[in-house]
Design a protein around this ligand. Sequence first.
Ligand code: ADP
Length: 453
Amino acid sequence: MRNLSVKLRIAVWLTLLMALLAGLLLAFMLSISSAVISQTAMSQLSQTVRSNVSQIGMSEGKLELRDGFYFYRNGVSTLVYSQSESLLAGQIPVSFTAAEPFQSGTTRTVEDGNERYLVLDVWLPMSWESGVWVRGLLESPDNRQLAGNLLTMALAALPAFLIMAALGSYWIARRAFRPLDQITATAKEINEARDLSRRISLPSGRNEFHRLASTFDQLFERLERSFEAEEQFTANASHELRTPVSIIKGACEYVEKYDETPEERQETISMIHRQAVKMSSLISQLLSMTRLDQGTEVAHMERVNLEELLRALCTEQAYDQERLTLELQPGLTAWADPVLLSRLIQNLIENAFKYGKPGGHVWVCADSRGNEIQLRVRDDGIGIPDEQQEKIWKRFYQVDPSRSGAGGAGLGLSLVWQIAKLLGGSMTLESVPDVGSVFTLHLPLPPPAGADR
Ligand code: ADP
């Protein structure tokens, strides 16, 4: 049974269930029909005897049976006995030999050898001291024979019934499981052909299989998108790494082949250094991104004094202090991981300088607004056109790669987005081309003091 397909198993169980129900129905019918037959026989006996009793009278001291009295009617034999129980009228059926004592008014079954009789006695008083017994006898219907007949008929019909039940059940199971076959076939095709663009697409419906198929379709959709993103990511990463490597390789070959002046040699070494820095920054960005993707980068959340953190960050980094203004709400604290938060702010400030106008200015502001803390990095630089503003958060996306400089590969803002999410916040951007951009980090307010312990 364990190795049978689910369809066959359902068919077998349904057939067994139907056979069991048919058996129960047969038993029920047998018991009902024998009860009905007994009941009918009893009322037949009672009615006949009582009708005969009404036809008995006395005329001139003698028993008189009027015209409506029948000794044998509806299978009922009616006998009239004297008070001393000697037969006055009627004929006892040959097969009834039992010496059954008289009891007025109760119908009972009397077994006599192979025969069974229903017996009803009625005491009919004729005067103060005397009366007659009227006895009705009805051969009891043979319920066993009826049961035997029904059983024989049922057994004869059983094989045909079972075959029909089995075929019907299998047909129903096959029809019901057809969508599952379609789901399996599509999943197999996707696996064998490695074609994630295929979908099950069951015709519309709302049952369990349709829900399963639509869940699978959504899963395939997600898988397809994530495979595409992964392929794209690998292609972009290799491309970004290959460029500096080939520049370094070319420069080395050139130095080996040609005699260069010391100035030229110095220039080549500087170029190799720039490319190595680009590679190193790219590799560390890729590593951070992978850690954030895999969830291995854990945020160690704590109360961070934003004023202190931002002042320290802006003075430690080699930013042009003349061009940088801090506008900080005193004593403002945030709930964040200081290392990740510093990485996020650094990325935004570096971009603000990188994409600023020559001699332009950068503002770093932090304050609490409503139920959040806002940290804004504003510049008066080249700005970002409306249609590009959604895209700049994507990996490797650059509005104008020639502006990104040696270290840029279009990963910085994607990292910023991921870090903001990990810190429980979000990023927004307002930008107008040739006017400037404001990148805002929104963080929830820190938990009340003491709640974090
Ligand atoms: P990149 O390494 O190119 O700087 P980012 O992910 O940091 O990559 O930024 C993506 C793109 O968004 C940049 O190439 C640039 O075109 C645009 N961008 C980022 N910051 C600014 C800014 N402050 N002003 C104008 N454009 C910006």
